[in-house]
Ligand binder design. Sequence first.
Ligand code: ADP
Length: 316
Amino acid sequence: MKNIAILCSGGDVSGMNPALKHFVEYSLKKGLQPYFIYDGYEGLIDNNITKAGYEDVAGIINRGGTKIGSARSKRFTLAQYRKIAKTNLDNLNIDMLIVLGGDGSFRGLDVFYKEHGIKFCGIPSTIDNDISGTTYCLGVDTALNIIKVSIDAIRDTAASFKRAFVIETMGRDCGYLALISSLTSGAELCLIPEIEYDLQSYEEEFKKQIKNGRRYFLAVVSEGIQQDSHDIADWFENKIGIESRVSILGHIQRGGNPTIYDRLMAYKFITHAINGLLNGTDESVVCYTKSGFELKSIDEVANVKHVLDKELLSYL
Ligand code: ADP
């Protein structure tokens, strides 16, 4: 029986647990022995690795986060610790690894493969949706749905009190979450790092709208823009003349029970990852593209700067 292991690295996302469940079930179906590595590369170094069975993944499909923990690991960036990690895998006869993580985690895997030949397949998992080569990363749909519920709730109070709300979403340097949330929540203003903006250009129009009876504004801004969200709120107060509040959504965007879409994508990502490894692709990342799933090289994914889809940007 061949052995295969999985770990989660970097920021956790909702969808990791459904991926773990399918990983165990599909591995067993394919005649592989599945293993869990706890707490990312830290667990790999500390030999926190256990056999996984059906009982370990019972009742987790509806849970956010990850049952096996995730972590960042300074030690894994050092060759001496990667050597320990390799010894731990050798002792258990594991030579195939699936990693749920971001491009940083994949770069780490690439180094590990080149040094020690551990075959791997990466599954893009970040709510930021900022990984090159894939149009979708696990967890994004759940994050968008959490943001949707939050904005819908904020709208109720914004309208009641005649206020402008500046709602800040995550995404690091990528405006994807803010852009999609703005388009699907009918926000009046959307600011993202990819597009230069001039607040002054909105002043005349917004004031006119207030005169014509508008009671509230919703502005969705990405954490990656140059200005602080409170500066945008001040602009609403001082230039538009409407009371304002800031709502930084923060880590609630990373939690919550996985949506149907993320559960299904978790299922598909895992299936493609295991099939890829069994079919002899030793070093790849499963990407979802306009033409379906593809296994791409690490270079295409981790060493190319991510750019936001032009069509989406054109809607702004
Ligand atoms: P993400 O995967 O979400 O982009 P990070 O960039 O923090 O997250 O990377 C996660 C982990 O991957 C790091 O803590 C580190 O252990 C490992 N890693 C990243 N880059 C390298 C590298 N060049 N060499 C070895 N390990 C790396």
